[in-house]
Design a protein around this ligand. Structure first.
Ligand SMILES: [Fe+2]
Ligand SMILES: [Fe+2]
Length: 370
């Protein structure tokens, strides 16, 4: 053994008092033992095996030396599934303005992805304790590691681009409610179905839109993981929902609806869209004027959405089809969604029946362009 290996290292001295008290939320849950070590839900055991097989290492598998390709970045940025780069409004902006809007909007979106990943990391760790089946605990353990990696890569990419923005208030409320609910099924529907579904849709959308090499590579790896995370929620709930009482099922539906409402209902508080508009103002774009111009380009926008498989945003394009597939979309909850979309979108709103089915193979869908 060399002397370098045997030399004692000085302990790290941290600048703050410890234990450190930061932003905190009470997270009551029951840590549940399972004495049955056999597989009970085979699909979850398979998913766990896949997760072990598809681990990657952020520092080794991505090229962090490469600079961000500015031109590719501002030509192909995606803002929550809205195909802005195909509009005349966007094309008429000065290249410098396009870069600034792209850079700041993306930093805002990616910052919220980053904070959402931290929430997912903590919830996944909770699920290891809270779920009653060993298959569920095994899988949640792999997800915990996946989410740590996601926090790591989003933080590193944002540092190259801009600064980390504060968490959007609506996302913080959602994460707090998922962390603090005691029910593992509520955690699963709130995180794995609504939040992860929304993330998967948005990552995939940004991945398909961008030609920026590092971002594309990063989102491909992250979205593959997210496809498994959503798959866990779907498979696990599919196995338990049929045995629930009507009241328990209604409680799960309500929790899912409330989670979605926090993120997209303008009546629920300050929405993500409003936060993006604030950034536009900072670079000299008047949001009201921009909205007016974009409203005139409705046909162009519709055509671009149709080319993208007709999926209209993460909730209608993905979360609702997921809820339907696990039997958590009763007429009662459908009316709630209907009312929310009508209140927010008004006359432009069209019925929920046109929404697409859930893709059968989520991992394949992540890398398909349609
Ligand atoms: Fe993640
Ligand atoms: Fe995830």
């Amino acid at each position: 053994m060399s002397s370098a290996e045997t030399r004692p290292t000085a302990p790290t001295v941290l600048p703050e008092r410890h234990p450190h008290e930061g932003d905190a939320v009470e997270a009551g849950l029951q840590a549940l033992y399972s004495w049955n070590y056999d597989s009970e839900i085979d699909e979850l055991r398979t998913l766990y095996a896949n997760a072990l097989d598809r681990q990657w290492i952020a520092l080794r598998d991505l090229d962090w030396e490469q600079e961000i390709d500015r031109e590719a970045f501002s030509e192909t940025i995606s803002i929550g599934g809205f195909p802005i780069q195909e509009t005349g409004f966007w094309k008429d902006l000065r290249p410098e303005t396009r870069w600034e809007v792209s850079r700041r909007s993306a930093a805002f979106m990616l910052s919220n992805f980053l904070h959402g990943e931290q929430g997912a990391l903590m919830v996944a760790a909770q699920l290891v304790n809270a779920v009653p089946h060993m298959d569920g605990k095994f899988y949640a353990a792999t997800q915990t590691l996946d989410e740590a990696r996601h926090v790591e890569v989003f933080a590193a990419y944002i540092q190259k681009l801009d600064e980390v923005h504060e968490i959007a208030p609506s996302l913080k409320t959602l994460l707090d409610s998922v962390l603090s609910t005691e029910s593992w099924m509520h955690k699963t529907v709130g995180m794995q179905v609504v939040t992860e579904g929304l993330a998967l849709y948005s990552f995939r959308d940004m991945r398909n839109a961008t030609r920026e090499p590092l971002l594309k590579q990063l989102l491909t790896l992250v979205a593959r993981d997210e496809a498994r995370h959503t798959g866990y929620g779907i498979k696990y709930l599919n196995a338990v929902v049929p045995s629930l009482s009507d009241a328990e099922r209604a409680g799960l539906e309500d929790f899912a609806f409330e989670a979605a409402r926090l993120l997209i209902d303008s009546r629920a508080g300050y929405t993500m869209r409003q936060s993006v508009m604030d950034l536009w103002k900072d670079v000299g774009i008047d949001p009201a004027e921009a909205m007016g111009r974009l409203a005139q380009e409705r046909d162009t926008i519709r055509a671009a959405i149709a080319r993208n498989g007709g999926r209209r945003g993460p909730i209608r394009g993905f979360v609702i089809p997921t809820l339907k597939s696990i039997g958590l979309f009763s007429d009662r909850i459908r009316d709630h969604f209907d009312e929310m979309f009508t209140a927010n979108l008004g006359a432009a709103y069209a019925g929920l029946d046109e929404d697409p089915e859930l893709p059968e193979d989520l991992e394949a869908w992540v890398e398909a362009s349609g």
